[in-house]
Design a protein around this ligand. Sequence first.
Ligand SMILES: [Zn+2]
Ligand SMILES: [Zn+2]
Length: 143
Amino acid sequence: MAVFLDQAADLCDRRNLRFTDLRRQVLELVCKAEQPVGAYQLLDELRDAGRSAAPPTVYRALDFLLEQGLVHRLATNNTYMACAHPQHAHAAVFLVCSQCGHTQEVHTPGVIRELERQAKPFDFAIQHAAVEVTGVCRACRSK
Ligand SMILES: [Zn+2]
Ligand SMILES: [Zn+2]
């Protein structure tokens, strides 16, 4: 995780953006969570860590991290997850267990290429793409 935070700091440096303490702290919390986290859970954790932040501040930090591709947002339940590979543009593909909520990001570079191919005839420039696939994970199936 320290490596990931350093990479994030580098990436902000290269883009001339400020990786503020709050942005770092929010990213660290999102990374630490084993499951996608919501903004209010992050607020609670920040408070536990002795830092009180107002909800809009946390949303702004999350927006920043989203824009930089460091986290992804899951639309289904409005939660955030650290990106496993922020260095390059990609479509985020998530496998979401509909029973326990376990979420795994899978790396499928082919997906963004295919979406770009499909968007081309419409002259549409893709900014973000996320695909949420629901199903049942192995642990839940074997119960
Ligand atoms: Zn990703
Ligand atoms: Zn499950």
